[in-house]
Design a protein around this ligand. Sequence first.
Ligand code: ZN
Length: 289
Amino acid sequence: MQKKEAFFKKCLVCGKNDFSIFSKNEYRIWYTCCSCGLLRKKHIKKEVNLRENYYGGKFNLGNIYNKIYFYFYIRFVLLSYINNSEFLLDLGCGDGRFLGVLGRFFPKKMIYGVEPDPEGALIVGQKGFVVFDKVLSKCGFKSDFFKVITAFHVVEHFTDPIEEIREIGRVLKPGGYFVAFTPNIRSWGFKIGGKDWWGFDSPYHTVLWSPELLGKFLEDNGFEIVSRRNLVFEQISCIYNTLKVKLCVKNRFVFSFIKILLVPFSLILTLIENMFNYSESFEIIVRKK
Ligand SMILES: [Zn+2]
């Protein structure tokens, strides 16, 4: 690995100033912390807008599948954290598919969305939810306001993770919950995929975590860990997305055919990764102290 002084003064997690270049292309450099392994990105030049990846493209697992998953998630996880007089925020709510399912359980007036992408925010607004098209720190929420903040595949987008996480801590009530899903750099998929791993795929990702690194970062910033677990439901699509980059498959129909062929392989890998806690992505739930 090539060694070079990075533009970060010190690592977000371990505080050391010792970085190596992990990968580089004409648009971006990914640096890894030589001490703890945290990965952070520096942009060299602006990349093309790949929004379709987020709204209706390869990261879309299908509306019905999402709805079923979110239904059970809210039913068996979130309902135990919140009652009908409290407020809930979905940070980085995208096109509002999670808010849509929340609306079946809670009155719309207690549900808020934040989506800095104006096109996503417009779609959410059209669905009748209160949505802010800014980053959280610019929304002006009152302190100690929300009981739960969810962030599904958002913490890997933070350009200033310390500022973002402190703002989350400020607007959460004491004892309130922050729930995050994010790619896992401890996964076997990352070790096998290397620079082609799906976690690097998006031009929007800026920082990549493991459950241990994100846990320590959150603990250092005023939270206590409630739980960490593997995200089994995302495994197969993550493995496909790594293969898609590695094999340079551009044609959708060819890729669909490869997907079908790889179902047995993906299922076995999923099973093994989860058994040994090396899943492609993870969930962390923390409580504000
Ligand atoms: Zn570090």
